[in-house]
Design a protein around this ligand. Structure first.
Ligand SMILES: [Zn+2]
Length: 296
């Protein structure tokens, strides 16, 4: 669905409520209190009544929208813009598009969606032939933010990110980007099993932090890199992904605070992994987003 068509179709709060109700009922409504599945909808109160225990379950309950006071139309529009358009948006731009008078709720909503995007991608591990390397992303940290209980003195710090891409003869398939505390063997060993399946073949450079991969995956290939050109030839997709992610972060969000870096990378990888989805996949993606119980 094109943006203009979408905005026309869901131009009122009532139509947006109806959209979310239909989507949630399609995936099956279950009472949060007793687990019963016999529920009836009360349109005037925007909730379902449980026929078993009488519990009244709001439309936002157990979704990313829980505890939010923002109108459904705003949620639907932001989800559409974040999922279906190629361009990413900063919270400031989104606030302008929506004509909303407050920045903070829009910022918070977008971060909740980014966290959910990360949770969706956490369900999958990369398999087959995987390129793995590290990237350094410029983060921004306010003077006085604390790290290990001590005030942090620097303004800017490079965030270390493990980047893995699995590929086949046609090119890159799926991407994962994970912020790590350090490039130590311990931190790398902890993150790799979450990113890459044990049966994969993984190619890395000779950095010592990757030596535990010999035990973590079936086949670990090490390529000693001698110059910059060799990096691009050996890890082409990882470096394209790093370069594109950096451009996007710098171009759209400018100064990304370190503590939110993973959220922005979640959005980038979520979009990348679904770049070949057709326009009509929107409903499916919305179901995926609504299916995640909000528990942060
Ligand atoms: Zn019930």
């Amino acid at each position: 669905m094109r943006l203009t068509q979408f905005l026309k179709q869901y131009d009122t709060e009532q139509k947006s409520i109806e959209f979310f109700r239909i989507q949630r009922e399609r995936q099956g409504i279950k009472c949060s209190k007793c687990g019963g599945v016999s529920m009836h909808w009360s349109g005037t109160k925007t909730l379902w009544h449980c026929n078993g225990c009488g519990y009244r379950m709001g439309l936002r309950k157990d979704t990313v929208m829980e505890n939010s006071k923002l109108p459904y139309r705003i949620w639907l529009t932001v989800l559409y813009l974040m999922l279906m358009t190629k361009k990413g948006y900063s919270a400031k731009e989104m606030q302008t598009i929506l004509g909303h008078n407050r920045y903070e709720p829009i910022w918070l909503m977008m971060h909740k969606i980014r966290i959910l995007m990360g949770k969706r991608d956490e369900k999958y591990q990369l398999d087959g032939f995987v390129e793995l390397d590290e990237g350094f992303f410029a983060g921004h940290r306010k003077k006085g933010d604390k790290e290990d209980g001590k005030p942090f003195k620097e303004i800017d710090r490079n965030e270390k990110v493990l980047v893995a891409v699995n590929k086949n003869d046609h090119g890159a398939k799926f991407l994962k980007m994970t912020v790590v505390n350090s490039l130590s063997k311990l931190d790398v060993s902890y993150e790799i099993p979450k990113m890459i399946n044990k049966s994969a073949t993984v190619i890395t450079d000779g950095r010592r932090c990757y030596t535990p991969l010999a035990q973590l995956v079936e086949n670990h290939q090490i390529h000693i890199i001698r110059n910059k050109k060799e990096v691009c030839n050996t890890f082409p997709w990882v470096h394209i992904a790093i370069s594109n992610a950096k451009k996007k972060l710098k171009g759209i969000h400018h100064h990304v605070k370190n503590q939110y870096m993973q959220n922005y990378l979640n959005e980038f990888t979520y979009r990348f992994n679904r770049r070949n989805f057709n326009e009509n996949i929107f409903d499916r993606l919305i179901i995926a987003v609504l299916a995640c119980a909000w528990c942060v």
